[in-house]
Design a protein around this ligand. Structure first.
Ligand code: 4AD
Ligand code: MG
Length: 442
Protein backbone atom coordinates (compact mmCIF):
# COMPACT_ATOMS: atom_id res chain seq x y z
CA UNK A 1 0.00 0.00 0.00
CA UNK A 2 1.31 3.46 -0.85
CA UNK A 3 1.35 6.10 1.82
CA UNK A 4 -1.26 8.91 1.47
CA UNK A 5 0.40 11.96 -0.02
CA UNK A 6 0.56 15.31 1.69
CA UNK A 7 -1.05 16.98 -1.33
CA UNK A 8 -4.19 14.89 -0.65
CA UNK A 9 -4.12 15.17 3.15
CA UNK A 10 -7.51 16.52 4.28
CA UNK A 11 -5.83 18.06 7.33
CA UNK A 12 -4.05 20.56 5.07
CA UNK A 13 -6.23 23.61 4.45
CA UNK A 14 -6.94 25.05 1.02
CA UNK A 15 -5.89 28.66 0.70
CA UNK A 16 -5.97 31.35 -1.97
CA UNK A 17 -2.88 33.45 -2.61
CA UNK A 18 -4.77 36.61 -1.61
CA UNK A 19 -5.31 35.23 1.91
CA UNK A 20 -1.83 33.74 2.31
CA UNK A 21 -0.82 36.00 5.22
CA UNK A 22 -3.29 34.16 7.45
CA UNK A 23 -1.27 30.97 6.94
CA UNK A 24 2.16 32.29 7.93
CA UNK A 25 4.32 29.41 9.23
CA UNK A 26 1.49 26.99 8.49
CA UNK A 27 0.90 24.38 5.85
CA UNK A 28 -1.50 25.22 3.08
CA UNK A 29 -2.70 23.96 -0.27
CA UNK A 30 -2.91 26.22 -3.35
CA UNK A 31 -4.69 25.20 -6.51
CA UNK A 32 -3.40 27.06 -9.52
CA UNK A 33 -1.24 27.25 -12.61
CA UNK A 34 2.46 27.63 -13.36
CA UNK A 35 3.00 31.25 -14.30
CA UNK A 36 6.77 31.21 -14.57
CA UNK A 37 9.76 29.44 -13.12
CA UNK A 38 13.53 29.38 -12.87
CA UNK A 39 15.90 26.83 -11.52
CA UNK A 40 19.38 26.48 -10.15
CA UNK A 41 19.68 22.75 -10.74
CA UNK A 42 19.01 21.64 -7.19
CA UNK A 43 16.24 24.13 -6.46
CA UNK A 44 13.29 25.15 -8.64
CA UNK A 45 11.42 28.39 -8.08
CA UNK A 46 7.90 28.12 -9.42
CA UNK A 47 5.69 31.21 -9.64
CA UNK A 48 2.17 29.95 -9.11
CA UNK A 49 -0.92 31.97 -9.95
CA UNK A 50 -4.41 31.08 -8.77
CA UNK A 51 -6.55 33.97 -10.02
CA UNK A 52 -6.16 35.91 -6.78
CA UNK A 53 -2.45 36.64 -7.08
CA UNK A 54 1.04 35.25 -7.61
CA UNK A 55 3.33 33.46 -5.18
CA UNK A 56 6.75 31.92 -5.45
CA UNK A 57 7.01 28.27 -4.41
CA UNK A 58 10.50 27.01 -3.66
CA UNK A 59 11.13 23.30 -4.28
CA UNK A 60 14.30 21.50 -3.26
CA UNK A 61 15.49 17.89 -3.68
CA UNK A 62 15.27 17.27 0.06
CA UNK A 63 11.54 17.92 0.04
CA UNK A 64 10.22 16.78 -3.32
CA UNK A 65 13.02 14.43 -4.39
CA UNK A 66 15.13 14.35 -7.48
CA UNK A 67 12.18 13.34 -9.65
CA UNK A 68 10.01 16.13 -8.26
CA UNK A 69 12.61 18.78 -9.01
CA UNK A 70 13.09 17.44 -12.54
CA UNK A 71 9.37 17.31 -13.18
CA UNK A 72 8.86 20.89 -12.02
CA UNK A 73 11.86 22.04 -14.00
CA UNK A 74 10.44 20.86 -17.29
CA UNK A 75 6.81 21.74 -16.57
CA UNK A 76 5.50 24.11 -19.29
CA UNK A 77 4.03 27.51 -18.49
CA UNK A 78 0.29 27.37 -17.61
CA UNK A 79 0.32 23.73 -16.53
CA UNK A 80 -2.25 23.34 -13.80
CA UNK A 81 -0.81 22.31 -10.48
CA UNK A 82 -1.80 21.79 -6.85
CA UNK A 83 0.92 22.58 -4.34
CA UNK A 84 1.24 22.03 -0.61
CA UNK A 85 3.89 23.77 1.40
CA UNK A 86 4.79 25.87 4.36
CA UNK A 87 4.12 29.59 4.14
CA UNK A 88 7.02 31.84 5.02
CA UNK A 89 7.13 35.58 5.33
CA UNK A 90 9.76 37.00 3.00
CA UNK A 91 10.03 40.76 2.71
CA UNK A 92 11.77 40.48 -0.67
CA UNK A 93 8.99 38.39 -2.26
CA UNK A 94 6.44 40.34 -4.37
CA UNK A 95 3.46 39.63 -2.10
CA UNK A 96 5.60 39.48 1.06
CA UNK A 97 5.35 35.67 1.31
CA UNK A 98 6.68 32.54 -0.33
CA UNK A 99 5.92 28.85 -0.05
CA UNK A 100 8.39 26.21 0.95
CA UNK A 101 7.06 23.44 -1.25
CA UNK A 102 6.64 19.96 0.28
CA UNK A 103 4.45 18.15 -2.20
CA UNK A 104 2.59 18.86 -5.44
CA UNK A 105 0.47 17.28 -8.12
CA UNK A 106 0.37 18.19 -11.77
CA UNK A 107 -3.28 18.27 -12.77
CA UNK A 108 -2.69 18.89 -16.46
CA UNK A 109 0.61 19.37 -18.19
CA UNK A 110 0.14 22.23 -20.64
CA UNK A 111 1.21 21.94 -24.25
CA UNK A 112 4.65 23.51 -24.47
CA UNK A 113 3.58 26.14 -27.02
CA UNK A 114 1.57 28.49 -24.78
CA UNK A 115 1.19 31.50 -27.07
CA UNK A 116 1.38 34.28 -24.50
CA UNK A 117 4.91 34.27 -23.20
CA UNK A 118 6.32 36.76 -20.76
CA UNK A 119 7.73 38.91 -23.55
CA UNK A 120 5.81 41.78 -25.16
CA UNK A 121 3.13 40.99 -27.73
CA UNK A 122 1.25 43.22 -30.16
CA UNK A 123 -2.29 44.15 -29.17
CA UNK A 124 -3.92 42.37 -32.14
CA UNK A 125 -2.18 39.16 -31.22
CA UNK A 126 -3.29 39.59 -27.61
CA UNK A 127 -6.90 40.29 -28.64
CA UNK A 128 -6.89 37.19 -30.84
CA UNK A 129 -5.88 35.29 -27.70
CA UNK A 130 -8.14 37.19 -25.32
CA UNK A 131 -9.27 33.87 -23.78
CA UNK A 132 -5.68 33.36 -22.59
CA UNK A 133 -4.61 36.99 -22.28
CA UNK A 134 -7.01 37.44 -19.33
CA UNK A 135 -4.76 35.10 -17.32
CA UNK A 136 -1.99 37.70 -17.08
CA UNK A 137 -1.71 39.69 -13.83
CA UNK A 138 -2.50 43.05 -15.40
CA UNK A 139 -5.66 41.79 -17.08
CA UNK A 140 -6.69 40.05 -13.88
CA UNK A 141 -6.27 43.35 -12.05
CA UNK A 142 -8.36 45.28 -14.61
CA UNK A 143 -11.18 42.73 -14.54
CA UNK A 144 -11.11 42.82 -10.74
CA UNK A 145 -11.44 46.62 -10.74
CA UNK A 146 -14.33 46.29 -13.20
CA UNK A 147 -16.14 43.84 -10.93
CA UNK A 148 -15.59 45.95 -7.80
CA UNK A 149 -16.69 49.05 -9.68
CA UNK A 150 -19.92 47.37 -10.76
CA UNK A 151 -20.52 46.08 -7.23
CA UNK A 152 -19.99 49.61 -5.87
CA UNK A 153 -22.58 51.02 -8.31
CA UNK A 154 -25.15 48.51 -7.08
CA UNK A 155 -24.17 49.13 -3.47
CA UNK A 156 -24.70 52.88 -3.82
CA UNK A 157 -28.00 52.60 -5.63
CA UNK A 158 -29.38 49.93 -3.30
CA UNK A 159 -28.45 52.05 -0.27
CA UNK A 160 -30.25 55.03 -1.85
CA UNK A 161 -33.42 52.99 -2.15
CA UNK A 162 -33.21 52.29 -5.88
CA UNK A 163 -34.74 49.02 -7.08
CA UNK A 164 -32.99 47.10 -9.83
CA UNK A 165 -35.35 46.43 -12.71
CA UNK A 166 -33.99 44.45 -15.67
CA UNK A 167 -34.65 46.06 -19.04
CA UNK A 168 -35.23 43.91 -22.12
CA UNK A 169 -32.41 43.40 -24.61
CA UNK A 170 -34.69 42.66 -27.59
CA UNK A 171 -36.63 45.83 -28.27
CA UNK A 172 -39.06 47.02 -30.93
CA UNK A 173 -38.02 50.69 -30.90
CA UNK A 174 -35.20 53.19 -30.85
CA UNK A 175 -33.86 54.99 -27.79
CA UNK A 176 -30.69 56.74 -28.90
CA UNK A 177 -31.05 57.43 -32.62
CA UNK A 178 -31.62 55.30 -35.67
CA UNK A 179 -28.07 55.24 -37.00
CA UNK A 180 -26.55 52.84 -34.48
CA UNK A 181 -29.11 50.03 -34.35
CA UNK A 182 -28.26 46.37 -34.47
CA UNK A 183 -31.19 44.76 -36.18
CA UNK A 184 -32.05 41.14 -35.62
CA UNK A 185 -34.81 38.76 -36.58
CA UNK A 186 -37.54 38.21 -34.04
CA UNK A 187 -39.57 35.22 -35.21
CA UNK A 188 -41.53 36.60 -38.18
CA UNK A 189 -40.79 40.16 -37.13
CA UNK A 190 -37.67 42.22 -36.55
CA UNK A 191 -36.19 43.62 -33.37
CA UNK A 192 -33.26 45.77 -32.29
CA UNK A 193 -30.67 45.02 -29.65
CA UNK A 194 -31.18 47.53 -26.88
CA UNK A 195 -29.19 50.79 -27.09
CA UNK A 196 -30.30 51.76 -23.60
CA UNK A 197 -32.83 50.59 -21.02
CA UNK A 198 -33.92 54.14 -20.33
CA UNK A 199 -37.41 54.16 -21.82
CA UNK A 200 -38.31 51.07 -19.79
CA UNK A 201 -36.76 52.59 -16.67
CA UNK A 202 -39.04 55.60 -17.09
CA UNK A 203 -42.01 53.24 -16.98
CA UNK A 204 -40.49 51.44 -13.97
CA UNK A 205 -39.80 54.73 -12.14
CA UNK A 206 -43.53 55.58 -12.35
CA UNK A 207 -44.20 52.20 -10.76
CA UNK A 208 -41.41 51.91 -8.15
CA UNK A 209 -40.18 55.49 -7.70
CA UNK A 210 -36.41 55.03 -7.98
CA UNK A 211 -35.06 52.31 -10.20
CA UNK A 212 -32.02 51.27 -12.20
CA UNK A 213 -31.09 48.76 -14.82
CA UNK A 214 -27.67 47.25 -15.25
CA UNK A 215 -26.78 45.30 -18.32
CA UNK A 216 -25.36 45.06 -21.79
CA UNK A 217 -26.30 47.60 -24.45
CA UNK A 218 -25.45 47.68 -28.12
CA UNK A 219 -24.43 50.33 -30.63
CA UNK A 220 -23.65 49.58 -34.23
CA UNK A 221 -21.33 52.52 -34.20
CA UNK A 222 -18.94 52.59 -37.12
CA UNK A 223 -16.34 54.30 -34.94
CA UNK A 224 -12.90 52.86 -34.52
CA UNK A 225 -11.89 54.97 -31.58
CA UNK A 226 -10.41 54.07 -28.22
CA UNK A 227 -13.78 54.88 -26.62
CA UNK A 228 -16.20 52.86 -28.69
CA UNK A 229 -17.41 49.32 -28.27
CA UNK A 230 -20.27 47.69 -30.16
CA UNK A 231 -21.41 46.01 -26.94
CA UNK A 232 -20.92 47.73 -23.61
CA UNK A 233 -22.44 47.64 -20.14
CA UNK A 234 -24.38 50.49 -18.70
CA UNK A 235 -25.90 51.30 -15.32
CA UNK A 236 -28.97 53.49 -15.73
CA UNK A 237 -30.67 55.04 -12.69
CA UNK A 238 -34.02 56.77 -13.18
CA UNK A 239 -36.05 58.60 -10.54
CA UNK A 240 -39.59 59.95 -10.49
CA UNK A 241 -39.96 63.54 -9.20
CA UNK A 242 -36.22 64.15 -9.63
CA UNK A 243 -35.43 67.37 -11.48
CA UNK A 244 -32.30 68.47 -13.28
CA UNK A 245 -30.43 70.13 -10.41
CA UNK A 246 -30.99 67.16 -8.11
CA UNK A 247 -29.93 64.79 -10.86
CA UNK A 248 -26.51 66.46 -11.13
CA UNK A 249 -26.04 66.29 -7.35
CA UNK A 250 -27.06 62.66 -7.37
CA UNK A 251 -24.69 61.83 -10.23
CA UNK A 252 -21.67 63.43 -8.63
CA UNK A 253 -22.44 61.65 -5.35
CA UNK A 254 -22.63 58.30 -7.13
CA UNK A 255 -19.46 58.77 -9.18
CA UNK A 256 -17.54 59.94 -6.10
CA UNK A 257 -18.81 56.99 -4.07
CA UNK A 258 -17.84 54.34 -6.58
CA UNK A 259 -14.39 55.84 -7.14
CA UNK A 260 -13.82 55.90 -3.37
CA UNK A 261 -14.95 52.28 -3.06
CA UNK A 262 -12.60 51.16 -5.83
CA UNK A 263 -9.75 52.98 -4.06
CA UNK A 264 -10.65 51.18 -0.85
CA UNK A 265 -11.01 47.70 -2.32
CA UNK A 266 -8.55 47.71 -5.24
CA UNK A 267 -5.48 49.64 -4.17
CA UNK A 268 -3.25 46.67 -4.94
CA UNK A 269 -4.83 46.20 -8.38
CA UNK A 270 -4.56 49.90 -9.26
CA UNK A 271 -0.85 49.86 -8.42
CA UNK A 272 -0.42 46.71 -10.47
CA UNK A 273 -2.00 48.48 -13.45
CA UNK A 274 0.30 51.44 -12.84
CA UNK A 275 -2.42 53.85 -11.76
CA UNK A 276 -1.57 56.41 -9.09
CA UNK A 277 -4.39 56.24 -6.50
CA UNK A 278 -3.64 59.87 -5.48
CA UNK A 279 -5.18 61.11 -8.74
CA UNK A 280 -8.45 59.40 -7.90
CA UNK A 281 -8.48 60.58 -4.28
CA UNK A 282 -9.33 64.07 -5.64
CA UNK A 283 -12.68 62.86 -7.03
CA UNK A 284 -15.06 64.40 -4.47
CA UNK A 285 -18.15 66.58 -4.87
CA UNK A 286 -18.88 69.18 -6.06
CA UNK A 287 -17.88 68.67 -9.70
CA UNK A 288 -17.31 71.71 -11.91
CA UNK A 289 -19.97 72.61 -14.47
CA UNK A 290 -19.91 74.33 -17.82
CA UNK A 291 -22.82 75.06 -20.08
CA UNK A 292 -22.52 73.98 -23.69
CA UNK A 293 -22.24 77.71 -24.59
CA UNK A 294 -19.29 78.15 -22.24
CA UNK A 295 -17.65 74.98 -23.51
CA UNK A 296 -17.92 76.11 -27.15
CA UNK A 297 -16.46 79.49 -26.24
CA UNK A 298 -13.57 77.90 -24.34
CA UNK A 299 -12.83 75.63 -27.30
CA UNK A 300 -12.91 78.54 -29.75
CA UNK A 301 -10.49 80.45 -27.51
CA UNK A 302 -8.15 77.48 -27.70
CA UNK A 303 -8.26 77.66 -31.48
CA UNK A 304 -10.79 74.93 -32.28
CA UNK A 305 -13.00 75.49 -35.30
CA UNK A 306 -16.34 74.80 -33.73
CA UNK A 307 -19.59 76.68 -34.11
CA UNK A 308 -22.59 76.85 -31.81
CA UNK A 309 -24.80 73.88 -32.63
CA UNK A 310 -21.97 71.47 -33.51
CA UNK A 311 -21.71 68.28 -31.52
CA UNK A 312 -18.46 67.64 -29.68
CA UNK A 313 -16.07 65.11 -31.10
CA UNK A 314 -13.58 63.14 -29.03
CA UNK A 315 -10.86 65.85 -29.36
CA UNK A 316 -13.26 68.51 -28.07
CA UNK A 317 -14.34 66.42 -25.12
CA UNK A 318 -10.72 65.63 -24.30
CA UNK A 319 -9.78 69.29 -24.42
CA UNK A 320 -12.64 70.29 -22.11
CA UNK A 321 -11.90 67.51 -19.67
CA UNK A 322 -8.22 68.53 -19.53
CA UNK A 323 -9.30 71.90 -18.11
CA UNK A 324 -10.21 70.27 -14.79
CA UNK A 325 -8.79 67.66 -12.44
CA UNK A 326 -12.26 66.38 -11.55
CA UNK A 327 -15.04 65.18 -13.82
CA UNK A 328 -16.89 68.14 -15.35
CA UNK A 329 -20.56 68.39 -16.26
CA UNK A 330 -21.34 69.95 -19.61
CA UNK A 331 -24.98 71.03 -19.52
CA UNK A 332 -27.66 72.65 -21.68
CA UNK A 333 -26.77 71.22 -25.07
CA UNK A 334 -28.63 72.38 -28.17
CA UNK A 335 -31.85 70.45 -28.59
CA UNK A 336 -30.91 69.52 -32.16
CA UNK A 337 -27.92 67.36 -31.17
CA UNK A 338 -29.59 65.46 -28.31
CA UNK A 339 -32.13 62.65 -28.09
CA UNK A 340 -35.87 63.23 -28.63
CA UNK A 341 -36.86 62.74 -24.97
CA UNK A 342 -34.84 65.61 -23.45
CA UNK A 343 -36.73 68.28 -21.51
CA UNK A 344 -36.21 71.80 -22.93
CA UNK A 345 -34.76 74.44 -20.63
CA UNK A 346 -37.81 76.44 -19.39
CA UNK A 347 -35.98 79.73 -19.93
CA UNK A 348 -34.63 78.88 -23.38
CA UNK A 349 -36.27 76.62 -25.89
CA UNK A 350 -33.19 75.86 -28.00
CA UNK A 351 -31.26 73.99 -25.30
CA UNK A 352 -32.17 71.00 -23.14
CA UNK A 353 -31.81 69.99 -19.49
CA UNK A 354 -29.27 67.37 -20.40
CA UNK A 355 -25.77 66.81 -19.07
CA UNK A 356 -22.76 64.77 -20.04
CA UNK A 357 -20.12 64.07 -17.44
CA UNK A 358 -16.61 64.23 -18.88
CA UNK A 359 -13.87 62.42 -16.97
CA UNK A 360 -10.58 64.26 -16.41
CA UNK A 361 -7.19 63.60 -18.02
CA UNK A 362 -8.72 63.78 -21.47
CA UNK A 363 -11.01 60.77 -21.02
CA UNK A 364 -14.19 62.47 -22.11
CA UNK A 365 -17.81 61.42 -21.68
CA UNK A 366 -18.53 58.73 -19.11
CA UNK A 367 -22.18 59.51 -18.38
CA UNK A 368 -25.06 60.99 -20.33
CA UNK A 369 -28.44 61.91 -18.93
CA UNK A 370 -30.91 64.59 -18.03
CA UNK A 371 -34.47 65.48 -17.29
CA UNK A 372 -37.08 63.82 -19.51
CA UNK A 373 -40.04 65.45 -21.21
CA UNK A 374 -43.11 64.82 -19.06
CA UNK A 375 -45.65 66.74 -21.11
CA UNK A 376 -47.67 64.59 -23.51
CA UNK A 377 -48.03 67.11 -26.35
CA UNK A 378 -44.43 68.19 -26.25
CA UNK A 379 -43.23 64.59 -26.36
CA UNK A 380 -45.56 63.84 -29.25
CA UNK A 381 -44.11 66.80 -31.18
CA UNK A 382 -40.57 65.62 -30.55
CA UNK A 383 -41.33 62.05 -31.65
CA UNK A 384 -42.78 63.43 -34.89
CA UNK A 385 -39.87 65.84 -35.43
CA UNK A 386 -37.48 62.91 -35.10
CA UNK A 387 -39.60 60.96 -37.60
CA UNK A 388 -40.04 58.08 -35.18
CA UNK A 389 -43.06 55.79 -35.64
CA UNK A 390 -45.63 57.08 -33.13
CA UNK A 391 -47.35 53.70 -32.82
CA UNK A 392 -44.15 52.17 -31.37
CA UNK A 393 -44.06 54.86 -28.67
CA UNK A 394 -47.68 54.62 -27.62
CA UNK A 395 -46.76 52.86 -24.39
CA UNK A 396 -44.07 55.48 -23.70
CA UNK A 397 -46.62 58.24 -24.33
CA UNK A 398 -48.99 56.52 -21.89
CA UNK A 399 -46.54 57.44 -19.11
CA UNK A 400 -47.41 61.08 -19.93
CA UNK A 401 -51.13 60.33 -19.86
CA UNK A 402 -51.54 58.64 -16.51
CA UNK A 403 -50.06 60.68 -13.69
CA UNK A 404 -47.06 62.16 -15.44
CA UNK A 405 -44.37 63.72 -13.23
CA UNK A 406 -41.01 65.40 -13.83
CA UNK A 407 -38.31 62.75 -13.81
CA UNK A 408 -34.65 62.34 -14.60
CA UNK A 409 -31.95 59.76 -15.04
CA UNK A 410 -28.62 58.99 -16.58
CA UNK A 411 -26.52 56.19 -17.98
CA UNK A 412 -22.92 55.47 -17.08
CA UNK A 413 -20.86 53.36 -19.46
CA UNK A 414 -18.96 50.80 -17.39
CA UNK A 415 -16.05 50.32 -19.79
CA UNK A 416 -15.42 54.04 -20.24
CA UNK A 417 -15.58 54.69 -16.52
CA UNK A 418 -13.27 51.76 -15.72
CA UNK A 419 -10.81 52.82 -18.45
CA UNK A 420 -10.59 56.22 -16.76
CA UNK A 421 -10.29 54.78 -13.25
CA UNK A 422 -7.53 52.41 -14.39
CA UNK A 423 -5.86 55.07 -16.55
CA UNK A 424 -5.99 52.92 -19.71
CA UNK A 425 -5.37 53.99 -23.29
CA UNK A 426 -8.35 52.12 -24.70
CA UNK A 427 -11.68 50.77 -23.43
CA UNK A 428 -11.03 47.33 -24.97
CA UNK A 429 -9.01 46.06 -22.00
CA UNK A 430 -11.88 46.74 -19.60
CA UNK A 431 -14.31 44.39 -21.39
CA UNK A 432 -13.70 40.70 -20.69
CA UNK A 433 -14.38 39.86 -24.34
CA UNK A 434 -14.64 43.14 -26.27
CA UNK A 435 -16.92 43.54 -29.28
CA UNK A 436 -15.71 46.24 -31.64
CA UNK A 437 -16.19 47.35 -35.23
CA UNK A 438 -13.54 44.94 -36.48
CA UNK A 439 -13.66 42.25 -33.83
CA UNK A 440 -16.20 39.76 -32.53
CA UNK A 441 -13.85 36.88 -31.65
CA UNK A 442 -13.07 35.05 -29.44
O1 4AD B 1 -24.94 59.13 -23.82
P1 4AD B 1 -25.64 57.83 -24.05
O2 4AD B 1 -25.91 57.44 -25.45
O3 4AD B 1 -26.97 57.92 -23.20
C1 4AD B 1 -27.97 57.00 -23.17
O4 4AD B 1 -27.96 55.92 -23.72
C2 4AD B 1 -29.09 57.36 -22.24
N1 4AD B 1 -30.31 56.72 -22.71
C3 4AD B 1 -28.74 56.92 -20.84
C4 4AD B 1 -29.77 57.30 -19.82
O5 4AD B 1 -30.04 58.47 -19.65
N2 4AD B 1 -30.34 56.32 -19.14
O6 4AD B 1 -24.81 56.66 -23.37
C5 4AD B 1 -24.53 56.71 -21.99
C6 4AD B 1 -23.11 56.30 -21.73
C7 4AD B 1 -22.06 57.22 -22.33
O7 4AD B 1 -21.84 58.33 -21.51
C8 4AD B 1 -20.86 56.32 -22.39
O8 4AD B 1 -20.23 56.21 -21.13
C9 4AD B 1 -21.48 54.98 -22.71
O9 4AD B 1 -22.82 55.03 -22.32
N3 4AD B 1 -21.38 54.68 -24.15
C10 4AD B 1 -20.47 53.86 -24.70
N4 4AD B 1 -19.48 53.14 -24.17
C11 4AD B 1 -18.72 52.38 -24.99
N5 4AD B 1 -18.93 52.27 -26.30
C12 4AD B 1 -19.93 52.97 -26.89
N6 4AD B 1 -20.14 52.84 -28.22
C13 4AD B 1 -20.76 53.80 -26.08
N7 4AD B 1 -21.81 54.61 -26.32
C14 4AD B 1 -22.18 55.12 -25.13
MG1 MG C 1 -23.97 60.61 -24.77
Amino acid sequence: MTRARLVDDPAVKDCTISEISRFNEDLCRIKGWVYNKRSSGKIVFVIVRDGTGLIQAVASREDVGDEGVKLLDRLPQESSIVVVGKVREDKRAPGGYEIHLLDFRVVDEADPDYPITLKEHGVDFLLDHRHLWIRTPRQRAILTVRARFMAACREFLDKQGFIEVSAPILTPSVCEGTTTLFETRYFEDKAYLSQSGQLYMEAAAMALGRVYCFGPTFRAEKSKTRRHLAEFWMVEPEAAYMEFEDLLKFEEAMVSYVVARVLETCEKELREIGRDPEVLAKIVPPFPRMTYDEAVKALQEKGYEIAWGDDFGAPHESEISLMWDKPVFVTHYPKAIKAFYMQPDPSRDDVVLGADLLAPEGYGEITGGGQRIHDFDLLMDRIREHKLPVEDYQWYLDLRKYGSVPHSGFGMGIERAVAWICGLEHVRETAPFPRMLTRMRP
